[in-house]
Design a protein around this ligand. Structure first.
Ligand code: AMP
Length: 421
């Protein structure tokens, strides 16, 4: 199956070829014809499946077709995303794929954490396609900087993350500002009850596309789990970095503070490492991503939220320094490696009190990762005697952290701080 066979116009096929997309991925094969016909789509797909182009190509085509009947510029397509990095990435994909259209859409990328004024200026005269995080979009709507009352299509990209990050109310307000007859496309890597409820609210008779294992795009990710005491994780990480000589490693931690502490300690052992989290300014975050891409950094130590939008081809290794809160987050994290057909390694540190939690993550994925011990770093606390199994910084997904959760997070930070490299 080729892109023209899916019904795409030559200008879009041409642009896709220019960014290196010569044949459609499975999700693109399934979703593109349905979206071109105006159908709603429920895509259960991880990052790395090619989902961005799966909605961008047909929606650009629908915009180009609708354009003939429009006299003024109004927002035709709204793409809601959880993070600014993803907003920038989706905006860039749309821009590149639209380059060969006879008339190009005006694409606005809107996210918080930066001054609102340039975004208000950019919206003067309207926009055709808007890619936005919910909070900043609402601010702009409240300021009458844009209107959505003629929008024809809504995409929720990474809907599970939008809900995880507490955007449920904002999303409802955005939906209320849109006309009801629109096309809805809903993409999520996981399908928990809250996600399912939102999908049921939004979608009418959707085409359901589930991409689990597709030969061209299945990330080839080896998974390893190493048992280690919490207080020795930084030392172990540093040992592995020196021993394995991985060129680039993305390390996940539970808190911003842990990101700072771990990166600092790695730097002290001579490893080029930087933290990456939501408290850093946009300039710093862009710099870290650029340095990582350019291989000036070997390690980025990131929180889940911040690492969401990092798209770096050939990222060989992801380390779960702190375990993720849910199986869904685990899938997202390890999906950062092995992208677009590359092979990757996902390595998890399992402290004794994380064993039960990691077992749940394995069970949700239907797999079992053998536990390893690294000589010199064998744990001193046996897993069986460990009482707590909720990872630090978290709690149970779907509710606010309790006092106990916060205490655990604080203890984990204290452990990271006490951790001498
Ligand atoms: P996504 O799931 O949208 O984050 O895309 C994952 C990666 O696959 C990105 O790096 C895209 O550039 C790439 N990609 C998307 N579609 C194709 C395609 N048809 N052929 C080759 N690469 C693709």
């Amino acid at each position: 199956m080729s892109f023209p066979q899916l019904g795409l116009i030559p200008a879009l096929v041409h642009a896709a070829g220019e960014v290196g997309y010569f044949s459609p991925t499975p999700i693109q094969q399934a979703a593109i014809p349905a979206i071109l016909h105006g159908q709603d789509v429920l895509g259960l797909a991880q990052t790395g499946s090619g989902k961005t182009a799966a909605f961008s190509l047909p929606l650009l085509q629908r915009w180009a077709q609708a354009q003939r009947h429009r006299s003024r510029r109004t927002v035709h397509t709204l793409v809601l995303v959880p993070t600014r990095e993803l907003a920038a990435q989706v905006g860039e994909t749309l821009r590149l794929l639209a380059l060969r259209l006879p008339e190009r859409p005006k694409i606005a990328v809107l996210f918080g954490g930066v001054s609102i004024n340039p975004q208000m200026m950019a919206l003067r005269g309207g926009a055709d396609v808007v890619v936005a995080t919910p909070g900043r979009l609402l601010d702009l709507l409240d300021n009458n900087a844009l209107r959505l009352d003629h929008a024809r299509a809504l995409v929720l990209d990474e809907a599970d993350r939008l809900l995880d990050l507490g955007f449920a109310q904002e999303m409802q307000r955005v939906l209320a500002a849109m006309p009801s007859g629109r096309q809805n496309l809903f993409f999520s890597a996981t399908f928990e009850p809250a996600v399912e409820a939102l999908a049921a609210q939004l979608l009418r008779d959707p085409l359901r596309v589930e991409v689990e294992a597709a030969p061209e795009t299945t990330p080839d990710i080896a998974q390893r789990a190493i048992e280690v005491d919490p207080g020795r994780r930084t030392q172990l990480l540093s040992h592995l970095l020196h021993q394995e000589k991985w060129p680039r490693v993305l390390v996940f931690v539970a808190t911003k503070h842990a990101a700072e502490v771990v990166a600092h300690k790695l730097r002290k052992t001579g490893i080029a490492a930087e933290p990456f989290h939501g408290m850093l300014g946009q300039g710093k975050r862009s710099q870290v991503v650029a340095d990582f891409k350019a291989r000036r950094l070997q390690v980025v130590v990131a929180t889940d939220l911040a690492a969401r939008g990092i798209d770096i081809a050939q990222l060989p290794v992801v380390v779960n320094y702190d375990l993720p809160r849910s199986a869904g987050d685990y899938v997202h994290r390890i999906g950062r490696t092995g992208r677009a057909g590359e092979s990757g390694l996902a390595l998890s540190f399992i402290p004794a009190d994380g064993e039960a939690h990691f077992r749940l993550i394995e069970k949700r994925q239907g797999l079992r990762v053998p536990r390893e011990r690294i000589p010199g770093f064998e744990p001193t606390v046996p897993a069986a005697t460990a009482a707590v199994q909720v990872p630090s910084g978290g709690g149970v997904k779907g509710r606010r952290p309790s006092k106990k959760d916060r205490l655990r997070a604080a203890l984990s930070v204290a452990a990271a701080s006490a951790d001498t490299p």
